[in-house]
Write a new protein. Structure first.
Length: 198
């Protein structure tokens, strides 16, 4: 079945690209601060893995919140990088591209540890998959790493360190800040793997 992957260029989606080898990778600039670095990272990984790469640009920065939007977190934010309805937005935009390309299966990079976000939970993935499947194109949404943490995903995927090194994990900008939750997760994962962080 022809498959697309939402490839943000972060560690998790890069590992899934290696693991599942989708037909097409979709990267979205929705107005997040790190968009340029994410597109560059995703594009490089897609080229290395010989995966077609589609870039979508829709500026939603005025509707964002927190680290990724460069604003203070919303009053209802569970963590500093929370952006309202982010996964719902990204899945919808990727679905629009997938329908046009005749792709019936969309993969996203949610992990077990993303359950701090309502839209990172298994129930959300199942719910939005059912909702997408009701509509034209009959797209199903799957999160192959939903039962794994970041270290388990890297190990299970078997990704090469040299490929993972291209991932951009910082939430706040195009250069790793070294302090945000994205950077800390990146360093902690590399450290747990016994690899030298990039
Ligand atoms: Zn950072």
């Amino acid at each position: 079945m022809k498959t697309a992957l939402l490839l943000s260029g972060g560690m998790d989606s890069v590992s899934i690209a290696w693991w599942k080898r989708p037909d097409v990778a979709i990267t979205i600039d929705y107005g997040q601060k790190a968009a340029d670095a994410e597109i560059e990272a995703a594009g490089h990984v897609a080229r290395l893995l010989n995966i077609a790469h589609e870039i979508i640009r829709v500026d939603c920065s005025k509707l964002g919140s927190g680290d990724m939007a460069g604003t203070d977190p919303s009053a209802v934010a569970p963590v500093s990088e929370w952006w309202p309805f982010r996964n719902q937005l990204l899945i919808t935009l990727a679905g629009m591209a997938a329908v046009r390309s005749g792709v019936p299966r969309l993969l996203i990079g949610a992990l077990a540890t993303d359950k701090v976000h309502a839209d990172g939970r298994a129930e959300f993935v199942e719910g939005i998959s059912d909702l997408m499947a009701l509509q034209e194109g009959g797209i199903v949404v799957e999160a192959p790493a939903i039962k794994l943490n970041a270290v388990e995903l890297v190990k299970d995927s078997g990704i090469d360190q040299d490929i993972l090194a291209w991932a951009h994990s910082c939430h706040v900008g195009n250069y790793a800040c070294g302090r945000c939750r994205g950077c800390l997760k990146h360093y902690n994962t590399w450290s747990a793997l016994g690899w030298t962080p990039h």
